[in-house]
Design a protein. Structure first.
Lengths: 111, 904
C-alpha cells in the first residue's frame, strides 16, 4: 500500500503544510492551492494525505483550527500556526536547507 | 458502502454522540467545502458544472480511506477509542463463549495459583518491618563448631552488653514466655514474650496504644507486673477496645497492668510465632516459674543490637568475640569453652539463619512450580489466540480492504486479548481467595494450640495487598497483551490478506500459526509431565515416610504436655508431684500404661549430653562424645511400646541419693560395647552439674530428631535423679475403647494441683503426623499443582483437536459420505493430537530425569530415578490427553455427514 511511501514523505509534508500557514491562517483547500502555486504546479497535494496530516499536526499542537468565513461568505475551517508550530517549522526549514545544500553540493561536484 | 456504514455503526454503536459526532460533522463539512471549492475553480477554468464536480471528486481521491485515516489521526490519543475497542472486544468474546470460557478458565487457574502462593510467601517472608533503620541492626547468635546461629543465654547477653557498649548503642533480648492466663473464670495457656525494657525505643517501633515497655519497667526481678498486648491478641480478646490501657490481665496468679498495644506489623523478637503479650524481661522467672535469667546454659534468648554510628558489623563482631574469649578464659559455670558470638544483619534474616536456606529453597521450588502452571495457562491462551487469529483472517481482510489501518486492527485485537487477560485475572483472584480459605481451614496438627498465631496472622487480607493485586492484574494484562501481540501482528500482515479474502469462508490453511500451536501443545505436555513426575516423586517420598517405623507410639496413645512451676518448690517436691500425677493417670479406667519423657522425640526440642567413656577416644578436636539426652520414668518404655533389650528399666530404688543410672539406646550400646557388655559400664560427664552414670539397661532404637535419620546414641536418665524440669510429656496408652481420654487426663491433673498447666493435649498419631507434615505438605501441594498443570494441558489438547476437527469438517463429511466408519474417522482426527502428546511426553521424560536431580535433596527414601513415578506420571497424563483428543474427535465422527458438507 501507499502508506510506506507517505511515511518517508511525512516530514516534508508537515513542513510544507506549516510553511503554507506561515503568513496567514488558511483552510485546507487554500493550503493545497498555495503549495501548488508556490511550487509552480509541481507539487499537487493529495487530499487523502492533507487532512490526516492536518489532524495529526493539530493533535501534536503545531497548529490550531477554528471555523471562519471565506471571502465569498462560505463556512470553512481555518488552520493557523501555534507558537510551538512556528518553532518547529523554523527548525525543520533550517535542517532542510542544510540538507538540500549538502545534496546540491554533492550533485554539482565536478572534480 | 452499506457494509462499511454497517461496520462503522457497529464500531461506534453504543458510544455517546459527543466528540465523535462533532468530529464526523467537521470531517463532512471540510470535505464538502474542499470539493465545492475545487469544483468552483474547475468551472471557472471552463468546465461544465457536471464535469467540474466529477474532476474535483477524482482529484480529491478516495473519501473513505482518507476519512478513516483522518479519524485515526484525530482520535489516536482519545479514550473513546479504547472504550470503543473494549465494547467491540466484549461483544466479540461473547459471541464465542466456549473459546472465551476456556481461555479465561486457563488463565484463572494459572493466575489464581500464583496469587495465592505469592500472597502467602509475601505475607510470611517479605512483610513490611516496622524496625527503623534496619541497616544498623544486627541479630546476635551463639556459635560453636557445627552448631551455628543458636539462641543465647541471658547471662551471656548481659556480659555482651557490658563488653560492647562502645560498638552497640543498645542490645535487646527476648524469649518466649508461656503463661497461664485467667479470663472470665477460665484459665488457658497463652504464648507471649519477655522483652528487655526499652526494646521498642532501640528498634524504633511505636506502640499503637499507650506506651511500650520502658527500661524503668525492667529493673527489679518480679517487681513490675506490666504487660503490653500483641495487636492480634488485643483484637481477638478485647475486640480492639481503645480503652484497654489501665485494665489488668491475670497471668500466673498475678495481676499485670496493661500499658499499651504493639503495632500490627510487629511480630516479636523472632518473627515466627506472633506473641499475644509482652512483659518486661525481669518478670520472666516469675511468669515461667523457672529460673531462666541466671542460667548460663539456658539457651533460649534472641538478641538484636543497634550498631553505634560509624561502627561496622565486622568491628562489632571483633569486640563481641573478645567478650567470648574473656568468658572462655574465666570459664563461668555453664559457659561452653570455645563458643563465639556471631552477628548477622537483621535485614538478612527471615526466621533464623539456620532455617532460612531451607525455607528459601522450599519457597523457590513453590514459585517455580506455580510459575510453570502460569506458563502452561499462558500457552493455552496463546494457542487459543492463534486459532482465533486464523479464524478471523477473513474479517481482518475485509476490514483492511475497507480502509481500517493496520494499527487500529492490531490495537483492537490486543484490546480483545487484554480483556481475556483481565477476566482471567479477576476470576483467578476469586479462585485464589477460595484456595487460601481452604489452606487456612486445613487442620494442621500444630502443637500448643497456636493455630491462630502459627498462621503468621495470615488471612484473606494477605491477598488484598497492592503487590499481590498488581501481580495478579499485571500477569493477566501481560499474558493477554504479549500473547495477543504475535497473532495480531501476524494476522494483519497485508501480504496474507489477499489470500484470506480469496480463500472464502473456509479460511486457508496457514501453516505458520498451526505449527506454532503444535509446538505449544508439545511444550505443554512436556511441562505438565515434569510437574507430574515431581509430584509423583514427592508422593512416593511421603509414602516411604509413612512406612517408617519411628520405634515408638504404634499403639493408640495420648500425649499430654504438662507444665509445673518447679521454681516454686524443691526438686524433691516436684518429683513427688510428678509421681502423683503418673499414679493417678495409671489408675484411670481404660489406661493400660503411662509414662513420661522430656523432651519428646520428634518434637522441636532436643537435648544432648557430653561424656567420655574409658577406652574410647573422642573424635579429633573434641574432648567429649555427644548423645541425645532425655529424662523419663520407669514406665515410659512400656507406655510408648519400646522394649528393654538388655538389663532393666528404672526402679523406685533409683533415688537422688543413690548411684545415678542410665539406660542407653541399642545403637549406642553397639557403638561403644560391640561385645554386648554395656551393662554396668560408666558414662563419665565432665560438666560438674551432671553426675557420672552407670548403664543399667539397653532400650530399642527410636527416631529422635527426624524420621529419616539412622539410629542415634541416646542416654535416658530417670526424672527422680536429676534436677526437676518444668515440663514433661505424659504418654498414656489406652485400651481401644478409650481413645478420647484427653479431657479426663486434664481434669485428673488439675485435680491434683491447680498450678499444673496443660501446654498441649494431643495423640501420638497426631504428634507423628506433625513430623511428617513437611513431606506431606510438599507432596500434596505439588500434586495439586501437577493436577492443575495436567488439566491445563488437557484443555490445550482438547482445544487443538476440536479446532482441527472444525476445520476438517468438510473432509470428514466426504469421508463419511464415502462410507468411512465413525471409529476410523475419530481415530484419524485424534491422531494428530496424540502424535503431539507422544512427542511432548518424550521430551517431558527427559527433562524430568534432569529436573529430578535438583529435588533429590528434598526427597526421602526414593532416588531421583524412581520407576514408579516415571511410569505412573506418563500413564496418567497419557490417559488425560487421550481423552482430551478423543472426545471432540468422536463427536465430530458422529455428526451427520450431510450437515457437515452443507455447513460450508
Amino acid at each position: 500500500m501507499a502508506k510506506e511511501k507517505s511515511d518517508v514523505l511525512q516530514g516534508t509534508l508537515d513542513m510544507l503544510v506549516l510553511r503554507a500557514l506561515q503568513l496567514e491562517p488558511m483552510h485546507g483547500w487554500g493550503i493545497t492551492e498555495r503549495i501548488e502555486q508556490w511550487s509552480e504546479h509541481v507539487l499537487q497535494l493529495g487530499q487523502g494525505t492533507l487532512y490526516p496530516a492536518l489532524y495529526r499536526l493539530e493533535q501534536q499542537d503545531f497548529i490550531k483550527s477554528e471555523w471562519g468565513v471565506t471571502d465569498n461568505n462560505r463556512r470553512a475551517r481555518y488552520y493557523s500556526l501555534t507558537a510551538r508550530g512556528r518553532r518547529y517549522l523554523n527548525e525543520s526549514l533550517a535542517q532542510w536547507r542544510r540538507m538540500s545544500r549538502a545534496i546540491n553540493l554533492v550533485i554539482d561536484a565536478t572534480t | 458502502m452499506a457494509t462499511l456504514a454497517n461496520l462503522w455503526r457497529r464500531l461506534t454503536g453504543a458510544l455517546g454522540k459527543t466528540d465523535q459526532q462533532a468530529l464526523e460533522e467537521r470531517l463532512d463539512d471540510e470535505i464538502r467545502f474542499h470539493v465545492e471549492a475545487q469544483t468552483e475553480k474547475n468551472r471557472r477554468a471552463g468546465m461544465t458544472p457536471a464535469e467540474a464536480r466529477r474532476q474535483a471528486l477524482i482529484r480529491f481521491g478516495g473519501v473513505e480511506p482518507m476519512r478513516e485515516r483522518a479519524r485515526d489521526q484525530f482520535r489516536s490519543f482519545r479514550i473513546e477509542h479504547l472504550v470503543n475497542d473494549i465494547r467491540y472486544g466484549l461483544r466479540s468474546l461473547r459471541r464465542h463463549p466456549a473459546f472465551s470460557a476456556m481461555a479465561v478458565l486457563s488463565l484463572a487457574i494459572g493466575i489464581g495459583a500464583n496469587a495465592v502462593i505469592f500472597g502467602v510467601v509475601h505475607a510470611v517472608l517479605f512483610r513490611a518491618s516496622p524496625l527503623v533503620e534496619p541497616g544498623t541492626l544486627v541479630n546476635i547468635y551463639e556459635t560453636e563448631g557445627g552448631q551455628r546461629f543458636g539462641p543465647l543465654s541471658h547471662p551471656n547477653i548481659e556480659d555482651l552488653r557490658k563488653g560492647t557498649s562502645d560498638v552497640f548503642s543498645g542490645i535487646v533480648a527476648s524469649t518466649f514466655a508461656f503463661a497461664p492466663l485467667d479470663r472470665d473464670g477460665t484459665s488457658a495457656m497463652v504464648m507471649g514474650e519477655a522483652m528487655t525494657g526499652g526494646t521498642f525505643a532501640i528498634l524504633g517501633v511505636k506502640p499503637v496504644l499507650g506506651r511500650a515497655i520502658m527500661p524503668e519497667d525492667d529493673v527489679a526481678r518480679g517487681g513490675h507486673p506490666v504487660v503490653m498486648l500483641g495487636h492480634g491478641y488485643w483484637q481477638r480478646a478485647f475486640g480492639g477496645d481503645p480503652n484497654v490501657v489501665g485494665r489488668t490481665l491475670r497471668m500466673g496468679g498475678r495481676a499485670y497492668t496493661i500499658i499499651g498495644v504493639a503495632p500490627a506489623n510487629y511480630y516479636g523478637g523472632t518473627a515466627v510465632l506472633t506473641p499475644s503479650f509482652y512483659v518486661p524481661m525481669s518478670m520472666a522467672n516469675e511468669l515461667m516459674g523457672v529460673d531462666m535469667l541466671d542460667q548460663r546454659d539456658f539457651h533460649s534468648f534472641f538478641a538484636k543490637a543497634r550498631l553505634s554510628p560509624n561502627v561496622t558489623r565486622a568491628q562489632a563482631e571483633r569486640v563481641a568475640s573478645l567478650v567470648a574469649d574473656d568468658l572462655t578464659r574465666s570459664r563461668p559455670e555453664g559457659w561452653i569453652v570455645g563458643r563465639q558470638f556471631s552477628l548477622v544483619p537483621t535485614a538478612d534474616v527471615q526466621i533464623a539463619p539456620g532455617v532460612d536456606p531451607l525455607l528459601q529453597a522450599a519457597v523457590w521450588l513453590l514459585m517455580v512450580v506455580v510459575g510453570l502452571v502460569l506458563l502452561l495457562a499462558c500457552t493455552n491462551l496463546a494457542s487459543f489466540l492463534l486459532a482465533r487469529a486464523l479464524d478471523r483472517r477473513q474479517e481482518v481482510a475485509v476490514r483492511r480492504a475497507l480502509g481500517a489501518t493496520r494499527g487500529a486492527l492490531i490495537r483492537q485485537l490486543l484490546v480483545e486479548s487484554g480483556l481475556l487477560g483481565l477476566a482471567g485475572a479477576a476470576v483467578g483472584f476469586v479462585l485464589a481467595l477460595g484456595l487460601l480459605r481452604v489452606l487456612l481451614s486445613l487442620d494442621l496438627p500444630l502443637p500448643f494450640g497456636f493455630r491462630l498465631d502459627l498462621h503468621f496472622g495470615l488471612d484473606s487480607k494477605a491477598l488484598f495487598d497492592w503487590r499481590v493485586l498488581a501481580l495478579t492484574v499485571g500477569a493477566g494484562l501481560v499474558a493477554g497483551g504479549l500473547l495477543g501481540l504475535v497473532p495480531a501482528v501476524q494476522g494483519t500482515r497485508a501480504a496474507d490478506l489477499g489470500a484470506a479474502l480469496k480463500a472464502g469462508s473456509r479460511g486457508s490453511d496457514a501453516p505458520g500459526p498451526l505449527r506454532w500451536r503444535n509446538a505449544l501443545v508439545v511444550a505443554q505436555i512436556a511441562m505438565s509431565l515434569v510437574l507430574l513426575v515431581g509430584a509423583g516423586l514427592f508422593l512416593r517420598s511421603w509414602q516411604q515416610m509413612l512406612a517408617v517405623d519411628p520405634g515408638f507410639g504404634r499403639a493408640p496413645t495420648s500425649v499430654l504436655a504438662l507444665w509445673m512451676p518447679v521454681s516454686r518448690s524443691t526438686p524433691d517436691d516436684a518429683a513427688q508431684l510428678t509421681r502423683r500425677v503418673l499414679e493417678r493417670f495409671r489408675s484411670l479406667p481404660g489406661v493400660e500404661a503411662a509414662g513420661l519423657i522430656y523432651p519428646l522425640p520428634l518434637d522441636f526440642n532436643s537435648s544432648f549430653t557430653e561424656f567420655t567413656i574409658d577406652g574410647h577416644t573422642p573424635p579429633s578436636g573434641r574432648d567429649t562424645f555427644r548423645a541425645e539426652n532425655a529424662r523419663v520414668d520407669a514406665g515410659f518404655f512400656d507406655a510408648v511400646g519400646m522394649t528393654i533389650v538388655a538389663g532393666r528399666t528404672f526402679a523406685d530404688s533409683d533415688r537422688r541419693e543413690g548411684q545415678p543410672v542410665a539406660i542407653i539406646s541399642q545403637a549406642m550400646a553397639h557403638r561403644y560395647w560391640p561385645n554386648g557388655d554395656a551393662l554396668g559400664r560408666i558414662i563419665r560427664r565432665p560438666d560438674p552439674a551432671e553426675p557420672d552414670l552407670m548403664v543399667i539397661g539397653v532400650a530399642s532404637d527410636i527416631k529422635v530428631r527426624s524420621l529419616s535419620e539412622s539410629p542415634r546414641d541416646v542416654v535416658y536418665e530417670t526424672y527422680t535423679q536429676g534436677p526437676g524440669s518444668p515440663m514433661y510429656d505424659f504418654i498414656v496408652r489406652t485400651t481401644p475403647g478409650h481413645a478420647q481420654i484427653s479431657s479426663t487426663l486434664i481434669a485428673a491433673a488439675r485435680d491434683i494441683n491447680s498450678d499444673l498447666q496443660v501446654l498441649q493435649a494431643t495423640t501420638m498419631a497426631q504428634h507423628l503426623a506433625m513430623s511428617r507434615l513437611p513431606s506431606q505438605m510438599g507432596a500434596f501441594m505439588l500434586s495439586a499443582f501437577a493436577a492443575m498443570a495436567m488439566a491445563l494441558a488437557a484443555i490445550g489438547v482438547y482445544g487443538l483437536v476440536r479446532y482441527t476437527v472444525a476445520r476438517r469438517s468438510r473432509e470428514v463429511g466426504i469421508r463419511m459420505a464415502l462410507g468411512a466408519d465413525a471409529a476410523g474417522v475419530a481415530r484419524l482426527l485424534a491422531t494428530h493430537g496424540l502424535r503431539l502428546v507422544l512427542i511432548g511426553g518424550a521430551i517431558g521424560v527427559v527433562v524430568s530425569l534432569i529436573a529430578a536431580r535438583f529435588i533429590a535433596k528434598l526427597l526421602f527414601g526414593v532416588g531421583s530415578f524412581d520407576p514408579v513415578a516415571l511410569i505412573a506420571a506418563p500413564v496418567v497424563l497419557g490417559l488425560a490427553a487421550w481423552l482430551a483428543a478423543y472426545l471432540p474427535a468422536r463427536r465430530a465422527s458422529r455428526a451427520d455427514p450431510l450437515a457437515a458438507l452443507r455447513a460450508d
